[in-house]
Ligand binder design. Structure first.
Ligand code: 8DG
Ligand code: MG
Ligand code: MG
Length: 142
């Protein structure tokens, strides 16, 4: 933001899969306040998508993740927030299926829980809602 003008940023978010469920938390940030979203955040300088996915999930939930894979990318403009994200969608699983998610950033999220893909909570965060409406599935096909 050299001249103070807003610029697009890169976000990496993660479909953390457990059976037919994904991990979601209700956002407390102003962008998407009270909507259910995936764990994730900003790509840092020099990071791979996989490194960012693992770091953000660890920072936000305490979970270690495995089998991290790139899924797709979406373009998300939030006019109300003057923000614009190129969002990288990854998938992963918990390294330890017995490890429970912790709410490590309670100022940003009201808590994490698993939700069945065919019974997702409402309202979903806009970018996620758009993917679901478009028929996207984060689960492996085979
Ligand atoms: P950081 O300081 O940890 O890097 O950032 P953060 O506080 O964790 O950022 P965030 O808002 O959770 O994520 C950054 C942006 O990613 C968010 O403002 C918009 C975009 N984004 C999507 N979809 C999703 C999603 O499902 N979850 C999250 N967390 N962010 C998403 O486009
Ligand atoms: Mg974060
Ligand atoms: Mg986040």
């Amino acid at each position: 933001m050299e001249n103070g003008a807003p610029v697009p940023r890169v976000a990496v978010v993660v479909f953390l899969l457990k059976g037919n469920a994904v991990l979601l938390g209700r956002r407390l940030s102003s962008n998407g306040y009270s909507t259910f979203a995936l764990p994730g955040g900003h790509l840092e300088f020099g990071e791979s998508f996989e490194e960012c996915a693992a770091r953000e999930v660890k920072e936000e939930t305490g979970l270690d993740i495995d089998r991290i894979e790139f899924l797709t990318v979406t373009n998300n403009v939030f006019p109300a927030n003057q923000s614009h994200y190129v969002t990288i969608l990854m998938r992963a699983v918990s390294a330890d299926p017995h490890q429970l998610p912790q709410n490590l950033e309670p100022h940003k999220c009201s808590g994490w829980d698993w939700y069945e893909w065919n019974n997702l909570p409402e309202p979903l965060f806009g970018p996620l809602e758009k993917m679901v409406q478009g028929g996207f599935s984060p689960f492996p096909t085979s």
